[in-house]
Ligand binder design. Structure first.
Ligand code: F0G
Length: 392
C-alpha cells in the first residue's frame, strides 16, 4: 500500500499523518499494489469491514457502520421516468450519516499512530460521527463548527458524546483552514476531515455494496457534493471493484450542489478553472461549502465517468425532501434530498438503473420542516372531534 499525489503523482509510503503532498500540497490517494489486489477477496460479514482486505487498516473500533438499505423506489421512479430507481439510504448508519463509513477507518488510524486527540471542521455530520467513534475509542474529540449554521440534531450528537466544541465566527471553509493549521502544529492531534485519504477508504465501500446488491454497476449514481470527499471515494470504489473483475462497466457520476454553494458545478458547467465561492449559502447547511478540499478529485470523477454536475435551489431541495418522505417513506435531511431534486428537473439520457445516495437522516435537521405547510388539529378527546380530523 502506498500514497499517491492526486495532482503531481508523487509517491509516498504508508504515512497516515501525511494529509497532503509534500511537493505540491494537493490531496493524496491510498493506492494498493497488484499483489494486494490479487490477494483481495474473502468478503465476509456485513458492512464496511466486509471489505477489510481492500482497506488500509484492521478493524479496531466499530458501531456497525455500512450495510445500509438499497431501496427500490418504484413510485418515484415512475414519476421521474426512471425504470429502476434506488435510494441508498445512508441515514441508516449508526450516527445517521455516511460519515460513519469513513470514521470507523479513520479512528483506527488515529489509534494506530498513537494520537491523543482527533479533530475536524464540520458542517455537522462529520463532527457527530467523529465524536461518537472517538468516545468509543477513548480519544478526545475536538470539533470546529461554523457558529449558528449547524443543524440541531448534529450539534446534539457532538454534545452528547462529549466532544470539545469550538464554534467559529466564520463559515466551514474558515474552520477547515484552521483545523489543518492545528494538525500541522500539534502532531498529537489526528485530522479526520475527508482531506485524510485513509478516512475516504471507508467511504468507498458504498460502491461495493451497491454493485453487490444490484449484481452490476448502476447506469448512474447521483449524490450531493459539499467538500467533495464522498464522490471521490465512491468513484474510487467503483474503479477498484472493476479492477477486481467484479463489474465490467462503470456508472456515470452525477454530482449535485445547492445553487448558491456550487463551486464545482459552476466550474463544470462553465468549463473553466475551479474557483472558490466566498459566501456560500443554502438551507442544506451540510453542503454550505465554498472551498471544497477534494474539488480536483471530484472534477476528475465527473470527467472520467462522463458524468455531470448541476445545481438545485433551496425551494427545490425542500420540495424534494417532502416528496421523498411522503412518496416512499424515506425521511432524509435537506442535503440528502438534492439528488431527487435534481432528477425532478433533469432527465438522465439512457439511464435505466439509477442510484440516489441519501447521505443523512431527516431527524438531523428538525428545523428544516418549520416552513412546511401542515395543519395540526387540537381537539377535545371525543370520537366526534376525532372523526372530523379523519374526514377533513
Ligand atoms: N450530505 C450530507 C448530509 C453531508 O453531511 C455532507 C458533508 C455531504 C452530503 C457532502 O459530502 O463533503 O463528501 O461532498 N458533510 C461534511 C460535514 C462537510 O462536515 O459533515 P462531501
Amino acid at each position: 500500500m502506498f500514497l499517491r499525489c492526486f495532482a503531481c503523482d508523487a509517491r509516498y509510503g504508508d504515512e497516515p499523518t501525511l494529509y497532503t503532498c509534500r511537493t505540491c500540497t494537493s490531496p493524496l490517494e491510498v493506492n494498493y499494489t497488484d499483489t494486494e489486489f490479487r490477494r483481495a477477496g474473502n468478503f465476509e460479514g456485513q458492512g464496511v469491514w466486509r471489505y477489510q482486505s481492500i482497506l488500509p487498516v484492521k478493524r479496531l473500533v466499530t458501531l456497525g457502520e455500512g450495510g445500509t438499505g438499497l431501496h427500490p423506489c418504484d413510485r418515484v421512479g415512475r414519476d421521474l421516468g426512471i425504470p429502476k430507481l434506488f435510494v441508498k439510504n445512508e441515514g441508516e448508519n449508526p450516527t445517521g450519516s455516511f460519515k460513519d463509513r469513513g470514521m470507523t477507518v479513520g479512528i483506527a488510524l488515529a489509534r494506530k499512530v498513537g494520537a491523543k486527540a482527533v479533530a475536524c471542521a464540520s458542517t455537522g455530520n462529520t463532527s457527530a460521527s467523529m465524536a461518537a467513534y472517538a468516545a468509543r475509542a477513548g480519544l478526545t474529540a475536538l470539533v470546529l463548527l461554523p457558529a449558528g449554521k449547524v443543524a440541531l440534531g448534529k450539534l446534539s450528537q457532538a454534545i452528547a458524546h462529549g466532544a470539545k466544541i469550538a464554534q467559529i465566527d466564520g463559515n466551514f471553509d474558515d474552520a477547515m483552514r484552521l483545523v489543518v493549521e492545528l494538525s500541522l502544529e500539534e502532531r498529537s492531534v489526528y485530522l479526520l476531515n475527508s482531506i485524510n485519504a485513509y478516512r475516504l477508504e471507508g467511504q468507498k465501500t458504498l460502491a461495493f455494496e451497491v454493485c453487490e446488491a444490484l449484481g452490476d454497476a448502476p447506469d448512474a449514481l447521483v449524490l450531493p457534493m459539499g467538500n467533495a470527499g464522498n464522490i471521490s471515494a465512491i468513484w474510487k470504489g467503483f474503479n477498484e471493484w472493476k479492477r477486481l473483475g467484479r463489474i465490467k462497466r462503470l456508472p456515470r457520476m452525477i454530482g449535485v450542489q445547492a445553487e448558491k454553494a456550487a463551486p464545482i458545478a459552476r466550474a463544470w458547467r462553465e468549463r473553466r478553472a475551479f474557483r472558490t465561492i466566498e459566501d456560500p449559502e443554502t438551507i442544506a447547511t451540510a453542503i454550505r461549502i465554498g472551498a471544497p478540499v477534494s474539488h480536483q478529485k471530484a472534477l476528475a470523477a465527473l470527467e472520467e465517468s462522463r458524468g455531470e454536475a448541476g445545481t438545485v435551489t433551496d425551494r427545490e431541495i425542500l420540495d424534494a425532501q417532502r416528496y421523498l418522505a411522503r412518496t416512499e417513506g424515506l425521511f432524509v435531511e435537506p442535503a440528502s434530498a438534492v439528488p431527487i431534486a435534481y432528477l425532478r428537473k433533469h432527465r438522465l439520457k439512457g439511464a435505466r438503473t439509477v442510484v440516489c445516495v441519501t447521505t443523512g437522516h431527516g431527524l438531523k435537521d428538525p428545523d428544516a420542516l418549520r416552513t412546511a405547510p401542515v395543519k395540526m388539529h387540537r381537539i377535545k378527546p371525543t370520537l366526534a372531534a376525532l372523526r372530523k380530523v379523519l374526514e377533513g
